[in-house]
Design a protein around this ligand. Structure first.
Ligand code: NAD
Ligand code: ZN
Length: 359
């Protein structure tokens, strides 16, 4: 019997507005979806206190409800998804409702996943308010909640209508949260943009002094890397994997302490150094390039070693990485500064040697 042809539906492109203003989102939505529609803002209490009034200034011609989600990674859960469902129904939401995800990666992932499943899908806009969300989690259409069996275990690729990035929201972000985003920014520079690394080196002190004009350029250049890698590979088959640099090692460090006592940025920082040592052993990086990375991370106060850990335990934990393939650890290594490479033949001995250099 002749099989029927099914065309794979390609992931739709969407605009990423860098340097937008919260109060102007309403104007954009009027042109995009029409005035008078029902909007559901999903945010955290603190982010709401800072920015809901400004956002709502521009939403006068819409019907707006706000759902407040407590802070914390634990809220990326099926329980919260269920609670949001009840609250959305109580507000009269239907599949024409547009969700506005106002917050960091937790809100973006949770509200995005909620939008993807509520009544089989509604539209949503990412409004990232952390550096990490601006340069990383709001771009690429990945949405998810966690499960007892693993982080981000239930999720989807579900692109937003748009990403609306207002840099001024960074003014209230605590420094430790900023560091999580900076680690990802340095990651972007190492795997894809040497010029960005030089920019960060040159302006390190101004970045630490939190000069707003610096953040505009830093965030634009860093998110441009993610936009580029993701648009070349929306469903993570090849180049998008570069974004995992530092994460296989970093996630092991985070998992070993059950995600308590080490931030994601700290794990990624040490992880990038470990992967750089492995790259050096394979002749992909010079000692000078590894030193350059270490100096920059240290300059921001990001850790480059994690003393007192057991390399064997960490190597075993890397075996549970979602990116592994057929029992083989898949790693991303830098190739010099400004390029990445995916390796599928890493053996545990060289991984152990890389751990030894950082712990
Ligand atoms: P987060 O969302 O928990 O935000 C960190 C803290 O900052 C929260 O307490 C939040 O209330 C607060 N905050 C947010 N914006 C603020 C502001 N402007 N001023 C003051 N406080 C503010 O953390 P995050 O680092 O943004 O995101 C981490 C999450 O992102 C994780 O769940 C991770 O799995 C996910 N993630 C997803 C992707 C993806 O591609 N979807 C990529 C990377 C990370
Ligand atoms: Zn990360």
């Amino acid at each position: 019997m002749q099989g029927q042809r099914i065309d794979v539906v390609s992931v739709k492109p969407y605009p990423v507005f860098l340097g937008a203003r919260l109060e102007e989102l309403g104007d954009y939505l009027t042109t995009r979806i029409g005035a008078g529609e029902h909007l559901l803002v999903i945010t955290h209490p603190n982010v709401g206190d800072y920015y809901l009034d400004t956002l709502q200034k521009g939403l006068g011609s819409f019907i707006v409800n706000t759902l407040i989600v407590p802070q914390g990674e634990d809220e990326k859960s099926l329980d919260r998804l269920s609670a949001l469902t009840s609250e959305a129904i109580a507000c009269g939401a239907d599949r024409k409702t547009v969700v506005l995800a106002l917050g960091g990666g937790v809100i973006g992932d949770l509200a995005g996943f909620f939008a993807s499943v509520f009544m089989r899908g509604m539209r949503y806009v990412q409004i990232p308010t952390t550096l990490l969300a601006m340069v990383d989690s709001s771009i690429g259409g990945k949405v998810a909640v966690n499960h007892a069996a693993g982080k981000n275990l239930l999720g989807d690729f579900y692109p937003p209508l748009a990403v609306w990035t207002d840099f001024s929201t960074l003014e209230t972000l605590p420094w430790e949260e900023m560091l999580n985003g900076l680690a990802e920014t340095i990651k972007h520079a190492v795997i894809a943009d040497e010029g960005l690394l030089s920019f960060i080196e040159k302006h390190r002190e101004e970045i630490m002094a939190r000069k707003p004009e610096l953040y505009k350029e830093l965030t634009s250049r860093s998110s441009a890397v993610k936009v580029r890698l993701v648009s070349e590979d929306e469903t993570e088959q090849s180049k998008r994997m570069f974004l995992n640099y530092g994460h296989s090692f970093g996630h092991a460090l985070e998992a070993e302490v059950a995600y308590q006592g080490i931030t994601h940025g700290q794990g990624v920082s040490i992880g990038m150094v470990a992967a750089a040592h492995l790259a050096q052993e394979r002749g992909l990086m010079s000692s000078g390039e590894v030193e350059r990375l270490i100096k920059l991370l240290k300059g921001f106060g990001l850790p480059v070693t994690g003393r007192g850990k057991n390399p064997r335990v960490l190597t075993d934990l890397m075996g549970a990485d979602k990116k592994n393939y057929k029992g083989q650890k898949v790693l991303v290594l830098p190739k010099g500064i400004g390029q990445g490479i995916v390796i599928r033949d890493a053996n545990d001995e060289e991984i152990l040697r890389a751990w030894d250099k950082v712990i």
